[in-house]
Design a protein around this ligand. Structure first.
Ligand code: FES
Length: 114
């Protein structure tokens, strides 16, 4: 099954198969995302923020629950950055429904972009 994945600040709406990670989706569509460890679940730098409630404006029913559950390894890496809110790591989070995420500015202009 395909779901909508929306990157609001980029104005990009793409389709992705269920179970793909946000990192895989970004790579497939040429969307810049910092990933120093290349998706090895070590750096914690592929952070994105989940945006909820864009249904009316963009036709995307985005909810944090439309990503795979946060697991202990991901939670530990996120806490290292002490970022509050609905943050996820793109190499962990798999789509299970329509979702909108913001890639932070400091996550798009580093050396190790995939
Ligand atoms: S790319 Fe390093 S933790 Fe996701």
């Amino acid at each position: 099954m395909n779901y909508k994945v929306f990157f609001p600040s980029l104005g990009r709406l793409v389709l992705a198969e269920e179970g793909m990670t946000l990192q895989e989706i970004a790579r497939m569509h040429g969307i810049r995302l910092n990933a120093p460890c290349n998706g090895e679940h070590k750096c914690g730098k592929c952070r994105v923020k989940v945006i909820e409630g864009l249904t009316d404006q963009y036709g995307v029913d985005s909810k944090a629950g439309h990503l795979s559950p946060l697991i202990a390894e991901e939670r530990q890496l996120l806490q290292r950055d002490e970022q509050p809110g609905l943050f996820r790591l793109a190499c962990f989070a798999q789509v299970t429904g329509d979702i909108a995420v913001e890639i932070e500015d400091d996550n798009t202009d580093a050396d190790n972009i995939i």
